[in-house]
Design a protein around this ligand. Structure first.
Ligand SMILES: Cc1cc2nc3c(=O)[nH]c(=O)nc-3n(C[C@H](O)[C@H](O)[C@H](O)COP(=O)(O)OP(=O)(O)OC[C@H]3O[C@@H](n4cnc5c(N)ncnc54)[C@H](O)[C@@H]3O)c2cc1C
Ligand code: FES
Length: 258
């Protein structure tokens, strides 16, 4: 659904990361963890295509939702220039989100970089008593939303590539150690595909199921243009799926990581 909504506030979290709170009765009531919105970032040819951004946090009571984005290129730069009170053109909520099984007692979310954002709402919505968050960043200055992840998890582990904060190394190191000592009913991944591929392999050895949120360049965001194709298993064969419509969240065993 295409909506013109009001920006409640926009906050700079670090040099190139922004949190934008958008007022939307429709999206806040309909969205689930792992879904995304497709945003018109500017006028004219400057940002012709909409840009997909995950729904990071939903406040159903106050009818708002948050997106958090890194400035990468033209579209996200334009997005960062919006102000409180401005109107914004969003389509959403789009895609298939994460599966929340209330019978699960112990879950983990594992995210890297911009992949951490959709995982916050999983922790907020999941009723499991044990919720571990394992988050990876390149360096200390890029660590964001630590307080929010702390608030909604029972254990938060942070890794930085350069060791400037938390564990020195990758989230998959922390995950490997964790699964030696603790069982999880489900693990949710979002981040670079090399990280998700490694993480899924670690879990396979322990028979722990997982879901992965796949990132792909997008055009229409609604299954009409084929820009976002990714390879998925279909029985003993494979086929292309649309990340925007069939995903972005898939069962880990269905994804063929290139
Ligand atoms: C389902 C989904 C959810 C996303 N959620 C978030 C989010 O919550 N926060 C966030 O910061 N970003 C998110 N992204 C990525 C975001 O859509 C891109 O960073 C954005 O579209 C870049 O647009 P731009 O105009 O700023 O950059 P462009 O000028 O279009 O590109 C700048 C650089 O980023 C690369 N790039 C652009 N889009 C993608 C992409 N989809 N995957 C990989 N590389 C890309 C380009 O190749 C180029 O190198 C998400 C992407 C998807 C598919
Ligand atoms: S982005 Fe057009 S089909 Fe997915």
């Amino acid at each position: 659904m295409r909506l013109i909504e009001k920006i409640n506030c926009i906050e700079k979290l670090n040099s190139d990361t922004f949190l934008m709170r958008i007022e939307s009765e429709n999206i806040s009531s309909e969205a689930s963890a792992g879904q995304f919105v497709n945003i018109k970032c500017g006028e004219g040819s400057e940002a012709f295509l909409r840009r997909p951004i995950s729904i990071c946090s939903i406040d159903r009571e106050n009818k708002t939702f948050d997106i958090v984005f890194n400035v990468r290129g033209k579209g996200t730069k334009l997005l960062s220039r919006y102000d409180s009170g401005d109107e914004i053109d969003v389509m959403g909520p789009l895609g298939r989100g994460f599966t929340i099984d209330p019978s699960h007692k112990s879950i983990a979310v594992v995210g890297g970089g911009i992949g951490i954002f959709p995982l916050l709402q999983v922790l907020k919505d999941h009723p499991a008593p044990n919720k571990t968050a394992i988050l990876g960043f390149r360096t200390r200055d890029l660590v964001v939303l630590e307080d929010s992840f702390n608030q909604y998890s029972t254990e938060l582990l942070i890794a930085t590539d350069d060791g400037s904060y938390g564990h020195k190394g990758f989230v998959t190191d922390l995950l490997s150690k964790k699964v030696e000592a603790q069982n999880f009913d489900m693990v949710y991944f979002c981040g670079p595909s090399v990280m998700m591929k490694l993480g899924v392999e670690v879990l396979k050895k322990h028979n722990i199921p997982s879901e992965v949120s796949v990132e792909q360049r997008m055009g229409c965001g609604i299954g009409a243009c084929l820009v976002c194709a990714c390879k998925t298993r279909k029985g003993s064969d494979w086929d292309y799926s649309h990340v925007c419509k069939d995903g972005p969240v898939f069962k880990a065993e269905d994804i063929i990581f290139d």
